[in-house]
Ligand binder design. Sequence first.
Ligand code: INI
Length: 155
Amino acid sequence: MPKVHEGQLDAKGRKFGIVVSRFNDLVTTRLLGGALDCIKRHRGDDDDIEIAWVPGAFELPIVAKKLATTGRFDVVMCLGAIVRSDTPHFDYVAGESAKGIARVGLDTGVPVIFGVITADTVDQAVQRAGVKAGNRGWDAAMNSIEMATLMAELG
Ligand code: INI
């Protein structure tokens, strides 16, 4: 029989670092609300959660790295909302944010979850933040719980 490893959806005792961006905060505060609700509904504790606010999605990776290297967290979650405009700015912010977040996880060994919405319009982003199309913050928290428990199991 193969030995199978998988995470459990139990947040009890797990430590969460959350980095959340102020840009488009109409959306990001809803992502944060969804994430906190999800952690609590899976037996997580408020005292095991730390939240750091950054100006925009571009700044998520550096603060994620700062949190990941403290050794205080089992997982770090990045929450943001990047909305397309008619300039190439969106592509730079979205690209660097995604690349940076991926790199922090690989460089530190602490799982870093990409809870960043990219959307064509604010309306579309709001829909993915608890209105019509689920809440990506809740999803990011589920992924965080799964990764925190999987990494612990792997030792
Ligand atoms: N930051 C976002 O989080 N979302 C956006 O949609 C966005 N747009 O479109 O400009 C955005 N820009 C700010 C950027 O993340 C940095 O905070 C800024 O450039 C300072 O470094």
